[in-house]
Design a binder for this molecule. Structure first.
Ligand code: ZN
Ligand code: ZN
Length: 247
């Protein structure tokens, strides 16, 4: 059982500790065929990618492609910004990304309206989410998938953003969006995983490495596969090349 590629990694361009080359080297060392560099997009509050660095990263990836025998994808980890499914990747950069990961994070720059009706009721909520809140969050993800070429839903249910992950899995299956088993956090209950498996959605195992040592590593997800909770055949990057074509 081997990862074909790791499709969610960070570098010094945001708050990772390694360079793009460090991540690439580690991926090569681990025998992977693909690696994606997916920095936090521009409206992440604490560690956003600086717009001027997009071109710098592009040039660096082009340089490394000539040196290393591995397919390097340059993407972004977009922030879900509102109930309307807005994200923080401008049109001109959207055209250039090889892969698009979407995540809800604790803090991000958004409109005053979305700050009060989306960020605050999630990030700063005390206690369980209401049914209505879960519906709104789920719809926010669905709208984002409708509007943008999202390939991967990262760390669902992180930072208090409760969702109906089975409903999302059904939608994701139809549109060929992958549900991530994140290397830092898997917040699904056993029941949710069983129910998502029934939808036939593709899962993807990513490290979300902020340190090149961790590229290609995700022991928790691998253990879910070994224990038979997630069938290996449903993990699109286990021993096979994932198809990211959006439908
Ligand atoms: Zn994230
Ligand atoms: Zn990340």
């Amino acid at each position: 059982m081997k990862l074909y590629g790791d499709y969610h990694t960070h570098t010094i361009f945001t708050h990772g500790h390694g360079t793009i080359e460090d991540n690439v080297k580690m991926a090569v060392q681990k025998g992977m065929k693909q690696i994606a560099i997916t920095e936090h997009s521009f409206k992440h509050l604490a560690h956003p990618l600086k717009k001027k660095n997009w071109a710098v990263m592009k040039a660096e990836v082009e340089r490394l492609k000539k040196i290393y025998d591995i397919d390097i994808l340059l993407g972004l980890e977009a922030n879900l910004l509102s109930e309307d499914g807005d994200i923080d990747v401008p049109e001109e950069i959207l055209k250039e990304v090889d892969i698009l990961v979407l995540g809800y994070h604790k803090l991000f720059w958004t409109t005053p309206k979305a700050f009060f009706n989306f960020l605050v009721p999630n990030t700063f909520r005390v206690g369980k989410a209401s049914k209505k809140r879960i519906e709104k969050n789920t719809l926010a993800y669905i709208r984002a998938m409708e509007k943008y070429p999202i390939n991967i839903l990262a760390h669902l249910k992180y930072a208090n953003c409760e969702v109906d992950c089975v409903k999302l899995a059904k939608f994701a299956k139809q549109h060929n969006v992958k549900i991530e088993l994140n290397g830092k956090r898997i917040n699904f209950t056993q029941q949710e995983m069983q129910d998502m498996v029934k939808t036939g959605v593709d899962f993807i195992i990513d490290s979300d490495a902020h340190d090149s040592e961790k590229v290609g590593r995700n022991d928790h997800a691998i253990s879910l596969v070994i224990r038979g909770i997630i069938p290996a055949s449903m993990v699109c990057n286990l021993d096979q090349k994932p198809d990211f074509t959006r439908r």
